[in-house]
Design a protein around this ligand. Sequence first.
Ligand code: BV8
Length: 250
Amino acid sequence: MQQLIEKTTQLLTTAKSVVVFTGAGVSKESGIPTFRDAQEGLWANYDPQTLATPEGFAANPPLVWQWYEWRRQKVRDVEPNAGHLAIAKLADLVPSLSVVTQNVDGLHARAGSKGVLELHGSIARHFCFDKHHQAENIEDGLKEPPLCHCGSMLRPAVVWFGESLPAKVLDDAFRLSKECDLMFVVGTAGVVYPAASLPYIAKDAGAKVVEINPEPTPITDIADVFLPGYSGQVLPQIVTMFEKITGSHP
Ligand code: BV8
């Protein structure tokens, strides 16, 4: 692993523009279960891929609302982990670094990362089902969706399966992936599209790809470096090594 960390750090020393593309795995060590983990407790017999859909919500608004309420509470109860913090710190050490995440938990921003591109929206924001009117200050602990001033049910401002990603965010993510010379792919199974296409776009545009994941994924085939480990352990080692060889330790 040490040599792989060194190889990664060498790539960082020459990188002008870095993209860090993350999935649920980067929040695992904060205590947020990933999509691949069996759902916990009372949600054990529900499949996220049916709950996280407009059809799932329309079929049972209270159930889907309570699922998100449970997840929102979980996110509130946890802290960003050493992986999130290392990504935020790395942004101060390289010429340019952008975070593009599939996660809806807001932990990158809470760790200090700026301008995070949230491809799949945010569990902390809401809009109404019919018109996407924004809604603020939603009461905690509700058992069913409150109504918008227009009468439509409120829902979390996340991208559900079968829904389009926010066009501007996706365009920015495509542009950054084409322009970067180094992309970190951290904690994603790489199966949900169009997000999962970003590492391939970066690679095709000539970027180096470094993947951090305890398991290989489809993206491992195109990775220049595969670091088989937990992001909360590997990322801080990369930052420490980078500071050491560049003498950028403040
Ligand atoms: C779209 C927000 C079309 C919600 C999410 C059939 C019908 C309908 C659609 C499709 C279909 N077939 C394909 C599609 C497209 C579909 C898709 O890709 N499906 C997949 C499942 C095949 N995509 C969509 O529907 C997208 N929209 O295509 O629109 C369209 C086009 C034009 C016009 C109109 C419509 C929308 C997809 C977004 C869905 N929303 N989230 C919510 O959160 O509730 S996706 C959600 O799941 C996450 O955001 C994330 O993207 C994904 C989970 O993936 P990962 O992040 O990779 O997490 P996962 O648990 O899978 O893996 C964790 C990884 O971490 C593992 O590899 C593990 O080894 C690793 N790990 C674990 N611990 C650690 C670690 N790594 C590092 N450190 C650790 N400690």
